[in-house]
Ligand binder design. Structure first.
Ligand code: ATP
Ligand code: MG
Length: 205
């Protein structure tokens, strides 16, 4: 039988428990064999806003998923010099022998769903995988969506009210991020000095 593979794309700056919940809840409800976390190398939606390097974001994603056999991390976008377009990534994954016969499910949060029509390659993009939208606190499913987007399958997950922005701000403010991301990601952020105000000034200067 064809393997059922979920794909969760994003900046993961840093990865957090909301991402992990989306991945594991969709894996459980759609009986996926694996969910691939795919950190963007060059996130076109966030030009100038990305704080941690691709390698740091990849390392944190690896640390966060290492204990769960149903989760893995792909370097496909961070190893590419091109902008990280989902349409390109899905075609590239499909061309790998490992995924040639797989059934692909691309997972987006409710906030990302609302912007899908602006993505590169829309609407043909929607034919490259089965798109799955998960609930996210603070984001309505939206009634102004174009018909193609409105048809995307929705899955209600156990909502986790956390964002990478919130984690970055907490670290910068010196408040705890315990419980918002796995302990080894917390350790990595502190060990590497990521998201501290001084680290940002170093980069800027
Ligand atoms: P930022 O605050 O920097 O935008 P983020 O928390 O939104 O970060 P992204 O890397 O932008 O994280 O998101 C990657 C994918 O994960 C998107 O599809 C997004 O909708 C989804 N996602 C992020 N956080 C959650 C959450 N708490 N619940 C459900 N889905 C989420
Ligand atoms: Mg986001």
């Amino acid at each position: 039988m064809a393997r059922r593979i979920g794909i969760l794309g994003g900046t993961f700056d840093p990865i957090h428990v909301g991402h992990l919940r989306a991945a594991t809840d969709v894996a459980a409800s759609l009986e996926l064999d694996l969910v691939l976390v795919v950190p963007a190398g060059n996130p076109w939606q966030k030009a100038g806003d990305v704080v941690a390097s691709a390698e740091d974001r990849y390392a944190m994603a690896l640390l966060a998923t290492i204990e769960d056999p149903r989760l893995d991390v792909s370097r496909i976008e961070i190893d590419s010099p091109r902008p990280s377009y989902t349409a390109v990534t899905l075609k590239a994954l499909r061309s790998q022998s490992e995924f040639a016969d797989a059934e692909l499910f691309f997972i987006v949060g409710a906030d990302a769903l609302a912007g899908l029509q602006t993505w590169h390659g829309y609407p043909e993009l929607l034919d490259l995988a089965t798109f799955i939208a998960v609930s996210r606190p603070g984001y309505e499913q939206g009634d102004q969506l174009p018909p193609e987007v409105a048809m995307v399958t929705r899955i209600e997950i156990a909502e986790v009210d956390v964002s990478s922005t919130q984690l970055r701000r907490s670290v910068e403010a010196g408040t705890s991020i315990d419980g918002l991301t796995p302990p080894n990601v917390v350790n990595y952020i502190h060990k590497r000095g990521l998201y501290r105000r001084s680290a940002r000034e170093d980069v800027a200067s």
